[in-house]
Design a protein around this ligand. Structure first.
Ligand code: OAD
Length: 251
C-alpha cells in the first residue's frame, strides 16, 4: 500500500465510523518541541525521568522532584499545540461517540480544544494534596531560593504534581473509561506512541481484536503499527492535517 492509498483508506474508515477512540503518546507533541520519553533529549540535571517520576524519588527528595516538574511546566508553557493536536480536536465533532485517551501530561490536547478526553497519566496543569486529595492548578513559579514545595490551601498538606508516577496504580475509573471506548470503537486512531507501556497499548490491540479498524501514525514501526490496518508512516504534525483534508473531501 503506498502513502496515498494508506491516507485514503484511513480517511474512509473514519468517514464510515460513528464510534472513534484516539490514543496518543509523546510523539504527537514532538513537533511542538517536547522530547519523547524514549527518544533523545529527556535528561534533566543528569537524571532520567524514571529516576524522578516515582513515589520513592518524591519521598527521598520532594524539592528536587518539584524543581524538575516546575522546569517541565515552564518548558511546556513555552510550547504550542501543533497541527496534529488541532486535527484531533476537530475530529471529535464528527463522531457521536468519541474519546481521546492520551498518555501525555503536557496539556497540549486541551489547549488545542479537545474536550472529550481522558488524561491517562494525569496532567502537569494540576497538583494534588497528598493528604486530602484536593486538586489545584499547577503553582506559579518561585524564585530559586524559595521553597519549591507548595502546600494545600485547605489542609496545609504537601502537594504533589497530579501525575501518575512509575509504579503507581491508575486512578479509579480512568482506565475503565478508555477500555469502554476501546470495546465499542469502530475505528481507533493511534498517534505517536511506542506501545511499550502496556495498558494503553492494550487498548488499541484489544479494540483491533474486537473488530475495530486500526490506524497508526508513527514514523517508526511498533507493535501497534504491525497490527494496524493502515500505518501512516511519518510525523503526525504533517500527516494528520493531510488525513483531515481527505476526510473533508469525503463529506
Ligand atoms: P515514547 O517515547 O515511548 O514513544 C514515542 C513514539 O513517538 C515513538 O514510537 C516514536 O517513533 C514516535 N514519534 C516520534 N516522532 C513522532 C512524530 N513526529 N509524530 C508521531 N510519532 C512520532 O512515548 P509514549 O509511547 O508516549 O508513562 O510513552 C508512553 C508512556 O511511557 C508515557 O506516558 C510515560 C512513559 O512511561 C508514564 O509516565 C506513566
Amino acid at each position: 500500500m503506498d502513502d496515498q492509498e494508506a491516507l485514503s483508506r484511513a480517511a474512509e474508515a473514519l468517514f464510515r465510523a460513528e464510534r472513534c477512540l484516539v490514543l496518543t503518546g509523546a510523539g504527537i507533541s514532538l513537533e511542538s518541541g517536547i522530547p519523547t520519553f524514549r527518544g533523545p533529549g529527556g535528561l534533566w540535571e543528569g537524571f532520567r525521568a524514571e529516576e524522578l517520576a516515582t513515589p520513592e524519588a518524591f519521598a527521598a527528595n520532594p524539592a528536587r522532584v518539584w524543581r524538575w516538574y516546575r522546569w517541565r511546566a515552564a518548558q511546556y508553557g513555552d510550547c504550542a499545540p501543533n497541527g496534529g493536536h488541532e486535527v484531533i480536536a476537530k475530529l471529535e465533532d464528527r463522531f457521536p461517540d468519541f474519546l481521546l485517551a492520551t498518555q501525555n501530561v503536557d496539556g497540549l490536547h486541551p489547549r488545542a480544544g479537545s474536550r472529550r478526553l481522558v488524561e491517562l497519566h494525569g496532567t502537569i496543569t494540576q497538583m494534588r494534596c497528598e493528604i486530602c486529595g484536593a486538586l489545584e492548578p499547577f503553582p506559579d513559579p518561585v524564585a530559586p531560593d524559595e521553597d519549591p514545595i507548595p502546600r494545600c490551601d485547605g489542609c496545609h498538606g504537601r502537594m504533589r504534581p497530579h501525575i501518575l508516577w512509575f509504579g503507581e496504580q491508575y486512578w479509579p475509573g480512568v482506565l475503565e473509561r478508555a477500555m469502554g471506548a476501546a470495546r465499542d470503537a469502530e475505528v481507533v486512531l493511534v498517534v505517536g506512541t511506542s506501545g511499550q507501556v502496556w495498558p494503553p497499548a492494550m487498548l488499541a490491540l484489544q479494540a483491533k481484536r474486537l473488530g475495530a479498524f486500526l490506524i497508526d501514525v508513527n514514523p517508526d514501526a511498533t507493535e501497534i503499527s504491525a497490527a494496524a490496518d493502515v500505518h501512516l508512516r511519518g510525523p503526525s504534525g504533517e500527516l494528520l492535517p493531510l488525513l483531515w483534508e481527505r476526510l473533508l473531501a469525503l463529506g
